[in-house]
Design a protein around this ligand. Structure first.
Ligand code: ADE
Length: 471
């Protein structure tokens, strides 16, 4: 990922970001950070870049011309390489407040431009021309945009694959949710009479996890009552969905893995948006409640148009959904869930490995699922695809769908009936268990073979079907 920072103080930004984790990521080439000096673009012979504001008022304003010309030069370079105009973030106290989900959204970009103001700000006309996002780092005023831009670069860069821990995918990062982190301790075991809590020395991982969660809850309640309130709502929603656990596992896992934007929760229904796929997941008591909920959440027609993927848990909603969102019914599925905590045995001698980009054409050739263009490539790049090999040759593969279900399983024709599908799925279920997740699959209703495979691995099926709808 490439960060481009337009500033009057390039050395502040470069010096501030060239050490530690971000500095190392720059050295490795995982990210680039380039500061562009706006002053170099002024047409003023004295190199002036600011002037008094019309109408009076304190301080000076940065003028439109040097900012615009600096941006055009950076944009030209970006378009030449990527074919796409970049997102331009103006860092300003008059913006939306930066938060983690904004960082996650920015981390999906290949190029990101930050425009740093100084003095009293920048001539509005150039902002209207070039800015796509107005963002503040908090409700206080700093002397310039350089520190806020550095804060955002740091928060976004650590989400880029390979910056924090090599090869770990952000799609498999464990759930932090709305809770603050628990307290941590290192050696020595006793310091100034204070002992490390016994449980942390016990070696019992389940107990340690439990203790850490309790500490997180206590700390959040004390220090951030606003976040604690959100946590309570999520917990109540989780308990509501747990009344039909197998059927709602997709929604439960989106919540637990921290991938859900909760849009509605009452006794009559739950609507959330899964962040990786953008899919809306919905369950409701009956058709009347369902319609009422969706009409209130999507009251604006432009909002409705943005809905590209929708998972409905009730068949009675489908006709309404098709008309309301102009989408079509694409797939009927049964949800199968691995409810145990113990890993599954994987047949001995199976050669299963993570797949890299070199396998793209094999995967694209053999994957038969109903997905949009670029889907297989995107899953492969995010590090969630695994292959099974026979005598070093790829014999089949498995992966995870964007919304979190185990899937994308294919065994190539000459390698069938050798137990490879079962080995791959058992292996993948174990991966999800290691993340602390509940593994689940969504199997097309008529896929008898896959349904039998789920049964043979002791997955439980939900009684009711769910429905994928899309554009
Ligand atoms: N520039 C000055 N103060 C700022 C803030 N709080 N956030 C973003 N940019 C700023």
């Amino acid at each position: 990922m490439n960060f481009h920072i337009l500033t009057l103080f390039p050395e502040t930004v470069e010096n501030g970001l060239n050490s530690s984790v971000i500095g190392k990521a720059m050295e490795k080439g995982t990210i680039t950070v380039k500061a562009h000096n706006i002053r170099e673009y002024t047409t003023d012979k004295h190199k002036k870049v600011d002037d008094y504001p019309y109408g009076g008022g304190a301080g000076m304003l940065m003028q439109a011309q040097p900012v615009f010309d600096c941006f055009l030069s950076v944009k030209e370079e970006i378009v030449k390489r990527s074919g796409k105009s970049p997102r331009v973030v103006y860092v300003t106290p008059q913006g939306a407040v930066f938060h983690q989900s904004m960082a996650e959204e920015f981390a999906k970009e290949e190029n990101l431009v930050f425009l740093c103001g100084h003095y009293e700000g920048i001539d509005e006309r150039v902002l209207e021309e070039i800015v796509t996002d107005y963002v503040s780092i908090g409700d206080y005023v700093l002397t310039g945009g350089e520190l806020p831009a550095m804060v955002m670069v740091d928060a976004v860069a650590r989400l880029v694959d390979g910056v924090l821990h090599n090869g770990e995918s952000s799609q498999t990062e464990s759930f932090q949710g709305p809770l603050l982190e628990y307290p941590q301790y290192s050696r020595p075991e006793e310091w100034r009479g204070k002992k490390v809590p016994d449980v942390l020395l016990s070696g019992n991982h389940q107990k340690i996890e439990q203790w850490r969660l309790e500490q997180s809850v206590v700390r959040t309640k004390e220090r951030r009552p606003d976040l604690y309130q959100k946590y309570e709502i999520l917990k109540n929603c989780e308990n509501h969905l747990l009344k039909n656990k197998l059927f709602h596992m997709d929604m439960l896992e989106a919540l637990r893995r921290g991938n859900a934007r909760l849009l509605y929760f009452e006794e009559d229904g739950v609507l959330l948006q899964e962040k990786n796929s953008g899919a809306y997941l919905f369950t409701t008591k009956d058709r009347t409640s369902g319609e009422k909920i969706l009409r209130s959440i999507f009251s604006d027609p432009p909002q409705r148009e943005k809905v590209k993927l929708f998972v409905s848990h009730q068949e009675c909603m489908n006709a309404f959904l098709c008309e309301f969102f102009s989408i079509n019914l694409e797939m009927e599925c049964i949800q199968a869930v691995y409810t145990r905590k113990e890993p599954l045995p994987v047949k001995r001698g199976m050669d299963i490995r993570k797949l890299d980009a070199g396998f793209l054409s094999a995967l694209e050739k053999h994957y038969h699922g109903y997905v949009e263009a670029g889907y297989v490539e995107s899953q492969l790049k995010s590090g969630v695809m695994y292959g099974i090999f026979e005598e070093k040759k790829l014999a089949g593969f498995i992966g995870m769908h964007k919304e979190g279900s185990v899937g994308m399983l294919e065994i190539f024709e000459n390698y069938r009936n050798k137990g490879y599908a079962k080995a791959l799925e058992a292996f993948y279920i174990n991966l999800h268990l290691k993340n602390g997740w509940t593994p689940f699959c969504q199997v097309e209703t008529e896929n008898e073979k896959s349904l039998r495979l789920q049964e043979s691995l002791n997955l439980y099926m939900a009684k009711e079907q769910l429905y994928w709808l899309g554009k």
